[in-house]
Design a protein around this ligand. Structure first.
Ligand SMILES: NC(=O)c1ccc[n+]([C@@H]2O[C@H](COP(=O)([O-])OP(=O)(O)OC[C@H]3O[C@@H](n4cnc5c(N)ncnc54)[C@H](O)[C@@H]3O)[C@@H](O)[C@H]2O)c1
Length: 234
């Protein structure tokens, strides 16, 4: 979903800095960009759990482009056992792993980016949540906890940042991505989400809402939870 968002932003003329933990997929993304998009972008491997590396990436992005108007944070993990372990079966390691990526990583992004004066006035941050920011996940308690945390931090940060920078959360349902495919492959009876629109979403459908929330077209929207889930939370 992060990649679809970056490509959509580039197709609309934006300058985009990309980061991910996975160097190989970053290189593949850059290879696929045309010359014009490559001129308006740069990419770097960053582990969101390394605060110093993240801070340097944000500062270098701002220095490279002269300003930082928006951030979309899609980094996340489903953990290693989503859909198979009840809360009483979940190890401390699994809890720590999910919370570290999904919550600590998000905290680092918001706490670095929202320092007064860092982002452009009227800027916008979009944080990934999930349908499980609003409901429990049978055999996914830690994942759901981390996604509830995303919404709690977004809502709080939006109050703190006021009109200076808008902060919103997108809440996708099942979306056809590498993460979703890996979950289905690992757990044959992975719990299906019942939706009025009876299919999985496309990454592009989440990207479209994210780009709207990043843009001035959503200038009066902050602290919001935007479901992109085919109606699953209706
Ligand atoms: N696919 C779905 O059905 C779905 C539904 C709701 C929410 N989400 C959430 O959407 C987000 C994006 O997932 P996706 O489905 O596009 O899967 P994805 O696996 O394509 O993307 C997740 C990306 O996060 C990166 N990442 C993981 N840990 C990182 C770290 N420490 N530092 C930097 N990057 C890191 C991974 O390398 C990967 O590229 C996740 O937070 C996921 O929980 C996914």
């Amino acid at each position: 979903m992060g990649l679809a968002t970056a490509k959509t932003l580039l197709s609309r003329g934006a300058m985009v800095a990309l980061c991910d933990l996975n160097q190989d997929s970053l290189e593949q993304v850059v290879d696929e960009l045309d010359a014009d998009c490559r001129k308006r972008s740069f990419a770097r491997r960053v582990d969101l759990n390394d605060r110093a590396a993240l801070k340097a990436f944000l500062e270098d992005s701002k220095a490279h482009f002269g300003k930082l108007d928006g951030i979309a944070n899609f980094a996340g993990t489903a953990g290693r056992h989503l859909g198979t372990e009840a809360v009483w079966e979940t190890s401390d390691d699994e809890f720590d792993f999910i919370m570290k990526v999904n919550v600590t990583g998000m905290f680092y992004v918001l706490s670095e980016a929202l320092k007064p004066g860092f982002m452009s006035l009227g800027g916008s941050i979009v944080q990934i949540g999930s349908i499980f920011s609003m409901q429990g996940f049978n055999k996914g308690a830690v994942y759901a906890t981390s996604k509830h945390a995303a919404l709690g931090m977004v809502r709080s940060a939006a109050k703190e940042a006021g009109g200076r920078v808008r902060v919103n959360c997108v809440l996708p349902g099942a979306v056809d991505t590498p993460m979703h495919r890996a979950n289905l492959a690992r757990v044959p009876d992975f719990p299906a989400i019942s939706t009025p629109i009876p299919r999985a979403g496309e990454a592009q459908e989440v990207a479209n809402v994210t780009v709207f929330l990043l843009s001035d077209e959503s200038s009066f929207v902050t602290g919001a939870a935007w479901s992109v889930d085919g109606g699953a939370n209706a």
